[in-house]
Write a protein that binds this ligand. Sequence first.
Ligand SMILES: *Cc1c(COP(=O)(O)O)cnc(C)c1O
Length: 453
Amino acid sequence: MNGVNDSLKNSTNFKNVLDFISSKGSHKSYGSVYDFLTETGKQLPQDQAFFMFDLADILWKTQLWYEKLPNVAPYYAVKANADPVLMKLFVLLGYGFDCSTEGEIRLALKSGADPRKIIFAHTIKTHKALEYASSVGVDFMTFDTKEELLKISKDFPTARLVLRLKAESTQEFYNLSKKFGCELYEAEDLLLQAKNLNLNVVGVSFHVGALIECSEIYTSAIEKSRQVFDTAQKLGFKFTIMDIGAGFFGSTEKEHVFHKVSQDIKRSLKENFPNGDVEFIAEPGCYCVASAVSLTTSILGKKSVNSKETNQISREYFVNDSYYGSFFEHHDLYDVKPVPVLNPYELKERTKYKSKIWGQTCCSEDVAKEECVLPDMEEGEFIQWLNMGAYARGVASNFTIVPYPVHKHVFIHNPRLKLNNIPNLSEVMEYISQVSVLIKQNGEENKLMPIRE
Ligand SMILES: *Cc1c(COP(=O)(O)O)cnc(C)c1O
């Protein structure tokens, strides 16, 4: 066993990694995603969907992060996906954590996180949560009001505080600056108040909102933060933390946006904080998990529509998840995409129809996909939905008392993974081999093909 570990340490050859996981013979391995999805789907009750977590994709995102933003420490935003297996993997990979509640802090600590690498990033905190944070040594937190400073001075006077600034947002749906952050002109007053209360403010944070395409939103927020650093210095504070928040896309389709935005962020940080005395952190949520997780739904029923008015033949399917479950409002903004789980032969042979996919509840608003083109499918067959890792599970309810989707963890062969900048590699691979099955996906013919819309 040690021999295998040593060879892993000395090699970043992906084949060694696959061999290593294969050698831990206690679990199954699959030849293709298709095999895994159909086998798993058939084992579950008909009303229960399942998430497939690809841990190789988590490693890929980690590799890409360190390639693009080597000086920015990622603090994973737990609210994006609180799956315990993932949490533990993020701990092993050296991530810090952005927690917004006591519950998330408890989960992070239970997963093995270092309390010094947790930021309590909700600006409004309960007394109970502050007392808990204090009792476990989670002393790093954000604020944006005088009232919260008073609260903190009573409940946790030694905390390390980060002032949250408003940032402009282009994305109407997730404009967090409506709710959080102070204006630049309010910062000095807040810092004076902190000074009077003898509180320890150590830096600035912002969050530009979700799914941001445009670098200027980050760079202008970094410039504003620089001004707060200068004000703080004038008031006698020694700031050491610049927290750039998140808002990065997590789908593979939008990876190019991260390439561009990360480059501009890196340059702006260097320009505004040239002395190397400031620690940079970020709070990626969606970025880390969106593409790693797919949802597989089973078709519960079907309606062949032959419209007399439009003379059009189409299909409607009912699947075993819903708007009240995983298909939350605006989920399509995350590049969620249905893929029929069919083998290449079936995919080619079957007639394609304009299709609508309904969720399983008895609500008429409950639509998973308004319109797409799918091959003619049957009850009991499966539809996989890509890019479902961010927020889908967290915001789901069990309206109409149907079970939540099951979580399955896999490691899918990924030729882009070089593993050369993955921290803690042997421990990480050891863990992955314990918690996941392996999907080798040898040839092109084993891949599932997304249908064009
Ligand atoms: C939600 C949230 C995040 C994560 O945002 P993503 O866009 O999913 O990366 C990070 N920080 C704070 C304060 C948040 O509220």
